[in-house]
Write a protein that binds this ligand. Sequence first.
Ligand code: GAP
Length: 537
Amino acid sequence: MTESQPETNPSADTGKKSMDEIMALCKRRGFVYPASEIYGGINGFWDYGPLGSQLKKNLRDAWWHDVVMTGCRGKTGPDGNPVRVVPVDTCIIQNPKVWEASGHVGGFNDPMVDCRETKSRYRADHVKCMGEKGDSSGQIYAFIDGDDASFEGALKKLGKYKKKNLTRDEVDICPLTDLSVEELAITVGPDTKEVGTLTEPRAFNLMFKTYIGATATEDDIAYLRPETAQGIFIHFKNVVDTTRVAVPFGIAQTGKSFRNEVTPRNFTFRSREFEQMEIEFFCHPDEAGAWYEFWRDWRMQWWKDLGLEGENLILREHEKDELAHYAKEGAGTSDIEYRFPFTAPGYGELEGIADRTNFDLKQHQDHSKKKMEYHDTTRGEPLPNGQPKGEWYIPHVIEPSAGLDRGVLALLCEAYTPDPERPSKVYMKFHPRIAPIKAAIFPLVNKDGMPDKAMEIYRAVVQRVGAHGFVEYDPKQNIGKRYARMDEAGCPFCFTVDSETLTDGTVTVRDRDTLSQERIPAGDVPGYLAERLGLGS
Ligand code: GAP
């Protein structure tokens, strides 16, 4: 139920793209800010600035359009029919019985270890331990998996204890969860000098608790949802009874989820408040395999189409021992994974596609005593009148569950393109469909009638593409600085009005990626742009 730790390697060469530099650009250009920053921040929470919110909206809108509005962009499903997906928008807080039925109250746990000295708390499965090779009696040094500084710190402390310089090749590494109680007692925590400050790992429930009403007693406890999926399952029957959908069909939802992660980290990758985009696709049990393959392949292609191409994106089928509690033997589960700078050369999960069988609907049927069976009138033996007898069954569910914030993070990392030749030294190569700023209109100088002409073009462009992202009008600073700002913001096209515009009516178009410039008639700008944004000419 909880996702696994991204595959990391402390010794990996992560030099290609620096996460620190990406985070700095995100702050500088208003993509992402630390939440509550003026009060020192709050661990595991991030806010989006103007460009970040629009980028996130564009990604959510692309998902909504492609999944809900157009049924996988008009694709035919394995049953030969168009894919049907309808939306719901359910509450973050539900009756706590929902989470008892789903297994989250009893089982949504991560192993946690505390440091008695520093009061730090770690995910036990994120902590690794090192000791000198061949030495089973010496102290053990703990470090955070995937954190180079923490690894180097432990290596240095071990070297000091052994009174010699040690290299990575001279140490044995194992997960903290493999240590015995005796070994834990001689372990030095990731941020201590003393031995034996770490507690034994214990289960920690990730659900955020709150109270409903004024009395705040045990009876008033409620939970913030840890996934949007359960809001879909509990309304399966309502959707079937109140709309004309028929199995196979999907219900989709986007929205905030909350997990009290033990060690939130890696920027927005593991946050305590995040947004999901989830589809629960209901089908006949015999068709689950075909629908699983359909969704797995289509979702992979979807991320590719947004620019996450090449070796940075992989599809990984789960091993048998990774299968979730609801997954039956042979039922598929796979992850779409992205190679983030902090996981490289490993990968971190972006989206999971799981055959959840009929586990969730059955759980809710058992706990609520409300029937979740579906009457399929297209199946069953033919009656004497030639019509099928019908079949009752609890549908199986294929779940493509994507993280919106992780998607945004992957798009930010993918777009970040260092280029020493440019004044900005870096540009954001967003796919035009998700770029937060679609176009910028500049008068070359802030006089000679150029601002008026530029403003006229700006108004026409906003009219044509403004529903899909920002259009900037900027008359200030020299043109090189304005291009540099737009490169860092990832704006795909800049249109400049100059003295020629006033005589022949043309403007220059600067292409962010190729840096090429061409002249086009000013009146063609909206159409030129719409065509390149995939909105028709
Ligand atoms: N309903 C199934 C479910 O929630 P999950 O693998 O736990 O499955 C789905 O979560 C997606 O939600 C993940 O692939 C990831 O993109 C995103 N996600 C999960 N935990 C997250 C966290 N703490 N911070 C940001 N995104 C998270």
